[in-house]
Design a protein around this ligand. Structure first.
Ligand code: ADP
Ligand code: ZN
Length: 717
């Protein structure tokens, strides 16, 4: 039997495991219980799908969301696994069919909800089935300590006792240590293999920018990310609706999502997003669980989130496919006031305090000049060792530290001299030397700091006050109309004993990750996406079930046009190659014809895994083919002799002819002359000259390699 690496490549099309996947797979191959904490996008499904495929018997997957089951099953099927789900959305006929394949022991994977699992009749059926192991997705739902507690998950409490021979694997993306212990105890896991992956998401770029005119800032971002999928989070239904409408008016394909919409409308909007029919969802945090779209390229926060946990979860929905993705938070201190208002409405004093602390940490995150990643991971108790993460605004030098001691002193001096009795507006008026009635009446135009900052505008001084507040140099006294007061730290700065530094945005960078994904052809990528969309509609599945963005981007980089090259692309396993390979190769083929210069540039690149073997020998390998062809061998014979595919040999022939090395090559020895004539006919008659169309027109009697060979000769002058 193949090892798990071979199956990983052949079935899933991946050339290596992600962190922790391999040990989990091994544990499950040995029928050992598993408890795994992995961040979103860490690749949990593979951890049970791969052993489910390799092991004898059935893997029962318990998953909380009926709406996701179909997508998960479709994705598994697309890789050639035998997977089904059972839930209330099936017709009696479909249900019957699933039970039949269950009884005939034909399934690798069966997805069910916890309620279904607990039904006595269903339990009896499962006892008859040959179960290899259980996989429990979103396992934190069993814990009352977690934030997604679902009472129906308690129905799983006895699973290990009820099925003593089957291993139980529990997966979750959100677990504090307290929740983890609770899950293990409640499920009764037996000496489980424990893994806790890092919560770092290296492909996410974190960035905080000052918010001034949000709608236009969003629009500007979207113009730089056309055709990409993303989520914009806003706090209220009203702002969500307003932003969605604004974007729609500006021609952006955007839809709203919030609890005020009917469930049907919400589902519809989510589905359209899933299917790439709209690019952007503007949502409240109600848009959460249930999004497993892998190609979300950006998550923007239009308002400050309430806490770091929420922020991590929401940004975590970007880039599940491992591709570079952008997380931008638009921050203004005004949001703090709004959140604080809600916290103050909380009855429970303890909860209020927790709310305050969480808010404080969130604000720190937005205002610190420490790597965002370090701060974020630190929140989850993880220490980040690298000095520079290369993927946040701080580390990339988008912000700079500036000395602002003198302006800070001007503001604090004004506060001090006016006896700490006034709010920000009046203090700014003093510093800029405004001629207001209040100033005249209070005689503040005689203060030493009056007009000390008239070289800058009010907005600038307001910002200095915000910075002072952020760094606890000044506080607002809530009992005295928010009058500004100095803290001990502020006094030290005022007395010149300490410096005051602030972080400032440099000019905003457009694309933080340019170059990382390689210099792929965006035009071809767009065409491949369109093809994916077409196929997805035909099969009624979300596009990412067919191929991920990453896979398409690799295609748009390497221009693979033989099955061999295609299978070297990440995410193209045997089943997908057979099912979709031709469709995408046809697009690539046509694109190459339409853009010969680009094609040439990209054809020099080789699909990574193949490089080592063939690159050095390219020259020789083509001449080897030529020598054999000159001896009068057929295409099939050459392929057999050289242990290469006919597709590759046809590529050699094409290359030889193109380079004027076709002397002594004869199409009628390479192929059967009757076949050659048939193909010429087809080419001449066909209205669409794509390989795929012609193969179809021939009723599948000709192959790709044969077509290619004949075409190469037909194109000879
Ligand atoms: P999770 O459920 O942990 O959020 P998924 O199982 O949905 O993550 O996987 C996220 C993405 O990563 C999917 O697109 C999946 O195909 C991809 N993936 C999983 N394992 C690998 C791997 N070993 N190499 C490359 N991509 C992988
Ligand atoms: Zn960083």
């Amino acid at each position: 039997m193949d090892g798990s690496h071979a199956v990983l490549k052949r079935v899933f099309g991946f050339s290596g495991f992600r962190p922790n996947q391999e040990t989990i797979v091994s544990a499950l191959l040995e029928n050992r219980d598993v408890f795994a904490v992995m961040p979103t996008g860490g690749g949990k499904s593979l951890c049970y799908q791969l052993p489910a495929h390799m092991r004898d018997g059935l893997c029962v997957v318990i998953s909380p969301l009926i709406s996701l089951m179909k997508d998960q099953v479709d994705a598994a099927k697309a890789n050639g696994l035998d997977a089904e789900f059972l839930n209330s959305s099936l017709t009696p006929k479909e249900r019957f069919r699933v039970f039949q394949s269950l009884e005939n022991h034909q399934l690798d994977l069966l997805y069910v909800s916890p309620e279904r699992f607990a039904l006595p009749e269903f339990m009896a059926t499962l006892k008859q089935a040959k179960i290899s192991f259980f996989a429990i997705d979103e396992a934190h739902c069993i814990s009352e300590w977690g934030h997604d507690f679902r009472p129906d998950y308690l129905l799983l409490s006895n699973i290990a006792k009820q099925f003593p021979k089957a291993a139980v694997a529990a997966f979750t993306a959100t677990a504090t240590h307290k929740v983890s212990d609770d899950i293990i105890k409640k499920l009764g896991l037996r000496n489980p293999h424990l893994t806790r992956a890092s919560f770092d998401r290296p492909n996410l770029f974190y960035q905080v920018v000052p918010k001034d005119n949000l709608d236009f800032q969003l629009l500007e971002f979207l113009h730089g990310h056309q055709g990409e999928s993303g989520i914009i989070y806003r706090t209220t239904r009203k702002s969500t609706t307003a932003t969605a409408e604004f974007l729609q008016e500006q021609g952006i394909r955007a839809l709203p999502y919030h609890a005020g919409l009917t469930p049907v409308q919400r589902k519809k909007n989510q589905d359209r997003f899933n299917r790439d029919e709209v690019d952007v969802v503007v949502a409240t945090i109600a848009f959460g669980m249930g999004i497993d779209k892998s190609n979300i390229r950006f998550v923007l926060h239009g308002d400050l989130p309430k806490n770091m946990e929420g922020y991590y979860q929401e940004t975590g929905r970007a880039g599940r496919d491992g591709e570079p993705s952008h997380c931008r938070l638009f921050f203004s201190r005004g949001d703090i006031v709004r959140i604080r208002y809600f916290i103050e409405q909380t009855e429970d004093a303890h909860e209020r305090k927790i709310g305050e602390q969480q808010l404080f940490k969130m604000v720190r995150f937005a205002e610190t000049n420490v790597c965002r990643r370090k701060t974020l991971l630190g929140y989850f108790g993880e220490s980040y060792e690298k000095d520079n993460c290369q993927a946040c605004d701080i580390c990339m030098g988008d912000v700079e530290c500036a000395d602002a001691t003198v302006p800070a002193q001007k503001i604090m001096s004004a506060i001090h001299r006016s006896c700490q009795r006034f709010g920000a507006v009046h203090i700014v008026d003093i510093v800029v030397g405004a001629k207001t009635r209040k100033i005249r009446e209070l005689g503040h135009d005689r203060l030493k700091t009056y007009g000390a900052g008239k070289d800058m505008d009010k907005k600038y001084w307001r910002r200095v006050i915000d910075d002072l507040l952020a760094q606890d140099c000044v506080i607002q006294n809530p009992d005295n109309y928010s009058a500004l007061e100095l803290t001990p730290k502020g006094r030290q700065i005022l007395l010149g004993k300490k410096r005051f530094e602030v972080i400032r945005q440099k000019t905003a960078r457009k694309s933080s990750f340019a170059g990382l994904a390689g210099d792929y052809s965006e035009k071809l990528f767009a065409q491949l996406r369109a093809e994916r969309q077409r196929l997805a509609q035909g099969e009624d599945v979300p596009p990412f079930v067919i191929f991920s963005d990453r896979t398409l981007r690799e295609m748009a980089l390497y221009f693979p046009d033989t099955p061999e090259q295609m299978s070297g692309i990440s995410g193209v396993g045997a089943a997908k190659l057979a099912k979709y390979g031709d469709s995408f190769m046809t697009i690539i083929e046509m694109y190459k014809h339409a853009h010969p210069e680009e094609a040439q540039k990209h054809s020099i690149l080789q699909v990574p895994v193949k490089i080592k073997r063939s690159k050095r020998k390219t020259g020789r390998t083509v001449t080897d083919t030529r020598d054999l062809a000159r001896q009068g061998l057929s295409l099939a014979a050459i392929a057999q002799l050289r242990r290469l595919s006919e597709g590759t040999i046809s590529q050699h022939i094409e290359k030889l002819l193109e380079e004027g090395q076709g002397d002594g090559l004869d199409v009628d020895t390479l192929l059967d002359p009757a076949k050659r004539m048939q193909i010429e006919e087809l080419f001449n008659r066909a209205s669409r000259k794509s390989m795929k169309a012609i193969i179809e027109a021939s009723g599948d009697t000709v192959t790709y390699a044969e077509l290619r060979t004949v075409r190469a000769f037909m194109q000879q002058p």
